[in-house]
Design a protein around this ligand. Structure first.
Ligand SMILES: NC(=O)C1=CN([C@@H]2O[C@H](COP(=O)(O)OP(=O)(O)OC[C@H]3O[C@@H](n4cnc5c(N)ncnc54)[C@H](OP(=O)(O)O)[C@@H]3O)[C@@H](O)[C@H]2O)C=CC1
Ligand SMILES: Cc1cn([C@H]2C[C@H](O)[C@@H](COP(=O)(O)OP(=O)(O)O[C@H]3O[C@@H](C)C(=O)[C@@H](O)[C@H]3O)O2)c(=O)[nH]c1=O
Length: 257
């Protein structure tokens, strides 16, 4: 019987993991929401790790609001960098293997081809910088870890671009979506399965991995697909808008391979 602790359990990935957990009878999951285990809180971390011996910790806890991170970066760093450091130290102390999720936004987007794990990160926004700092802490402190970079997550859970576009379709006749960035939309349910495959088969060694669903497109292309899948074609007009205004800079190309 393997024991797995999941942080950030009520987030998008956390809920995908909760959905598939019953099909892993040989694994005992402990799901902790942000209220039950705050990864920035030096007291709540030891409490969780001392409550029982875990084999794995899946860190689904993160500050993921890319726009807000520009305005209050200290909150993003507290969770994505210092919080991750605290989790890494606890995992090391209790001999727990850490599965941590990182992002395509650690890259600057200037490369024309897809980014490999050997490419050097150079984030251009505060969210990406804070996530890279989290990665670096894990690499410095731990031997037994797996950092999985993924991108453009969507699912039936949490907040994501797919749901934002669907919400807008309910009220807007015209949608403006940028075609100035390309990347790989990834179903968070597939990421959850990939993580569980790692745990059940112990196939991959410590290090950094890239996981996506493999299809490269722009946000505009993705929005087009979302409209099509949900019967909004012809009902809502989709306009490609290179100049869609945002607070945070985003990489032009954050395709992962
Ligand atoms: N969403 C995406 O498109 C992508 C996400 N990723 C990465 O994948 C991982 C999962 O993302 P996703 O599930 O979409 O993110 P969500 O924002 O949906 O979930 C993150 C969870 O972390 C929790 N959390 C925030 N702060 C803390 C804290 N201090 N202590 C404990 N929990 C906390 C949140 O709780 P609360 O709601 O209470 O704040 C939330 O439940 C993250 O590491 C993210 O950086 C990578 C690429 C793409
Ligand atoms: C909702 C919307 C967004 N956009 C633009 C804004 C932005 O440039 C791009 C993406 O929009 P969002 O702000 O929803 O997505 P964003 O928060 O940038 O998504 C990112 O989240 C973090 C957590 C990650 O790790 C990344 O992989 C990525 O998924 O699309 C439009 O052009 N029109 C719209 O109607």
């Amino acid at each position: 019987m393997k024991r797995v602790l999941v942080t950030g359990a009520n987030g998008q990935l956390g809920q995908c993991l909760q959905k598939i957990a019953p099909s892993y009878q040989e694994i005992e999951f402990t799901f902790k929401s942000s209220k039950e285990l705050d990864i920035t809180d030096t007291l709540s971390i030891p409490k969780a790790f001392e409550s029982q011996k875990f084999d794995y910790c899946i860190n689904g806890a993160a500050y993921t609001n890319v726009e807000q991170a520009e305005k209050t970066p200290e909150l993003a760093y507290a969770v994505n960098a210092e919080g991750v450091k605290k989790i890494a130290l606890a995992c090391k102390k209790h001999d727990v293997s850490l599965i941590h999720i990182s992002t395509d936004y650690v890259f600057d987007g200037n490369k024309r081809e897809p980014y490999t794990v050997d490419d050097i990160p150079n984030p251009i926004n505060e969210y990406g910088k804070s996530k890279l700092m989290g990665e670096r802490y894990i690499q410095e402190l731990m031997d037994n870890y797996c950092i999985i970079r993924t991108s453009w997550l969507y699912s039936e859970f949490g907040n994501n671009f797919y749901k934002a576009i669907l919400d807008k379709c309910k009220t807007n006749k015209v949608l403006r979506v940028t075609d100035a960035q390309k990347g790989c939309p990834t179903n968070a349910n597939n990421l959850a399965l990939f993580i569980m495959d790692h745990i059940t088969n112990q196939k991959i060694k410590s290090g950094i991995y890239h996981f996506t669903d493999g299809i490269v497109c722009t946000w505009y292309d993705f929005a087009k697909k979302i409209l099509f899948e949900n019967g909004y074609n012809g009902k809502v007009e989709l306009v490609a808008d290179k100049n869609y205004r945002t607070f945070a800079k985003r990489p032009k190309n954050s395709t992962l391979i």
